[in-house]
Design a protein around this ligand. Structure first.
Ligand code: FAD
Length: 414
């Protein structure tokens, strides 16, 4: 398993991966093992000690995606997404929620690098770099719109319910966003809103940069998720929230411009998912070679051995599609869109199965909270929903492959 993970890595990638591996082995894994109750604290801000984010900051994995001139961690541009994948996997091997927290910084920073004005970049990137507790969030999903936005049904009735209107030199935003990663504790939000109710969502959606302290922004609650619990997912309400005119990021075609966020995003998603699978495999490999049942260590029982082989094969297959897809995104290849959706979808279904095997092979221990294996199944389950459901991801794949025929499902027949 270790060899496939190493194959083809550049010197830079190997060094970053090793620094990250030491961080996970020395800080993250012992914390999760010794403080397994912490994820269940109902005061979200107390779940993860700040020392973990501070250590992530020290080794440079917090500020990937931020341009070097503003203090971000430099990585080889031609392999940026492949490097994101390697690091995201490694962090998620330690904890999926911690990885969620950090990767939002990378993903939103890539977006800001592409669509924010120079002034906004100068104002915000240094602040993100200076503060190890600075988190970012990307707010699209609403109570009556998520999956359909990704297809998308480009008709006015499917548009965002969150609305932005220009009054004088301020954009006035009203609406609500749900299920937002880091939504509870981010200091800076990218918010999507409808700016043209007569247009379809591809022409009528704009994006805005919104600091947490903006008047009219309320963090309504932290969602208590079944997995990835160290990332605080939140609900946000905007009531006559006034955003300065220059905080508009993209006018009208913000959803199309978000491709720079979503392609690396899907790769990172699949990579975190892979990390959860690798952790399940490592724990299981250790267990079945030490735990004795029926007078033999478990792996000597053939039914157990077969399951271990199944786990290893699924993990290797996910790694292979992830490599292919992340290289395609870095190369801006024509099939990158389809491949990154395939990687995200495939990883979510395969690693869920890997985590199920892990739980079953641990027998009764597999369902005990303090043993730490059931957590992997809970973490794996989240990936089936995050960044688009599996069914909608399949729609996106077929649309990317057959634009003309599979392109439109809603509205008049064409
Ligand atoms: C942990 C977590 C973190 C998240 N982080 C973010 C974030 O940072 N930012 C953000 O904007 N969103 C975020 N989301 C939201 C996520 O993208 C949505 O949950 C996801 O897109 C599904 O949308 P939904 O929950 O509204 O489900 P729904 O859209 O209500 O789907 C319910 C079911 O119906 C199916 N369905 C819905 N519409 C269609 C259709 N048109 N055709 C066929 N089937 C359909 C779906 O496949 C699914 O099975 C997060 C979600 C989770 C769980």
């Amino acid at each position: 398993m270790m060899q496939t993970g190493d194959r083809g890595l550049s010197e830079e990638q190997r060094m970053m991966r090793d620094a990250c591996r030491a961080f996970v082995d020395d800080y993250v894994a012992p914390f999760i093992r010794d403080h397994w109750q912490r994820e269940w604290l109902m005061t979200p801000e107390e779940r993860l000690p700040s020392s973990i984010l501070e250590q992530a900051d020290r080794i440079g994995v917090r500020t990937l995606g931020i341009p070097e001139e503003f203090g971000g961690t430099p990585i080889e541009a031609a392999e940026e997404v492949q490097t994101f994948a390697i690091i995201a996997e490694e962090i998620a091997r330690g904890d999926s929620g911690l990885a969620d927290k950090l990767v939002q910084i990378w993903k939103v920073s890539v977006l800001l690098r592409n669509v924010a004005s120079r002034n906004l970049q100068e104002a915000w990137f240094p602040r993100i770099v200076a503060d190890p507790a600075f988190l970012l969030a990307h707010c699209l999903t609403e109570p009556r719109g998520a999956s359909d936005r990704w297809l998308p049904y480009n008709v006015p009735e499917a548009a965002m319910n969150t609305k932005a209107e220009l009054r004088g030199d301020r954009w006035i935003i009203n609406g609500r966003k749900q299920f937002i990663s880091n939504g509870y504790d981010a200091k800076l939000f990218v918010v999507y809103a409808n700016t043209d109710p007569r247009a379809g969502m591809l022409q009528g959606t704009s994006s805005f940069l919104v600091p947490r302290e903006t008047q009219g922004l309320t963090i309504q609650r932290c969602n208590e998720t079944m997995g990835g619990r160290f990332m605080n997912n939140g609900e946000i309400v905007f009531e006559d929230m006034a955003v300065p005119e220059d905080h508009l990021l993209v006018k009208g075609d913000a959803l199309s411009k978000a491709g720079v966020y979503f392609r690396p995003g899907k790769i990172i998603q699949a990579a975190k998912n892979l990390g959860v699978g690798v952790s399940a495999f490592e724990k299981t490999a250790e267990y079945v070679q030490n735990y004795v049942q029926g007078g033999r260590i478990l792996i000597k029982h053939q039914a157990v051995a077969l399951r271990v082989a199944d786990m290893a094969t699924r993990i290797a297959a996910v790694r292979a599609i992830l490599r292919e897809a992340s290289a395609a995104v870095d190369a801006n290849a024509a099939d990158a869109d389809a491949l990154c959706n395939m990687a995200k979808l495939f990883a979510s279904e395969e690693i869920f199965k890997v985590a199920q095997h892990a739980m079953e092979l641990h027998g009764g221990n597999g369902v005990m909270l303090d043993f730490g294996v059931e957590k992997l199944l809970r973490d794996a389950a989240i990936f089936l929903h995050m960044d688009g459901t599996t069914d909608v991801s399949k729609f996106k794949i077929v649309k990317a492959l057959f634009r003309e025929t599979a392109g439109a499902y809603a509205g008049p027949e064409t």
